[in-house]
Design a protein. Structure first.
Length: 132
């Protein structure tokens, strides 16, 4: 497919925007298991965020949504927490970041439109990364 050709050789990320910040949260989908997220960063910083898996909780019966909690780690200290809302197809619908340094949580739940995604992918091309 044309879409697959655009990402060949590049690390695929699910990218989510927020109304609260200009950064874009990039979560690797190279491993599709939501309890094994290891590659996550913000655009434009592109600095790896160290995560430590904490727990998961289903919503509904059978669960239609699962919330996965991860601790943000910096030099082996917990500095914040991410909660990812994941549907039964393992697609991350939203992420919420909380930290003692923030007055309120930051929510990332806006899917990038095609124009914004293409512009971002042009900037990411040199790093061999792509928002899918």
């Amino acid at each position: 497919s044309v879409q697959a050709a655009n990402y060949s050789g590049k690390m695929p990320y699910q990218c989510l925007a927020s109304t609260q910040t200009n950064t874009i949260l990039m979560i690797s989908v190279a491993n599709s298991e939501p309890d094994q997220i290891q590659d996550m960063m913000y655009f434009p910083h592109l600095k790896q965020i160290d995560l430590s898996y904490d727990s998961a909780m289903g919503v509904g019966n059978p669960p239609s949504l699962i919330h996965y909690n991860y601790f943000e780690m910096l030099r082996e200290k917990q500095t914040g927490e991410y909660t990812f809302a994941v549907n039964k197809d393992n697609k991350i619908l939203s992420a919420v970041y909380t930290s003692p340094q923030l007055s309120m949580p930051i929510s990332f739940g806006i899917q990038l439109n095609l124009a914004r995604k293409e512009a971002l992918n042009r900037k990411l091309a040199r790093q061999l990364r792509a928002c899918i």
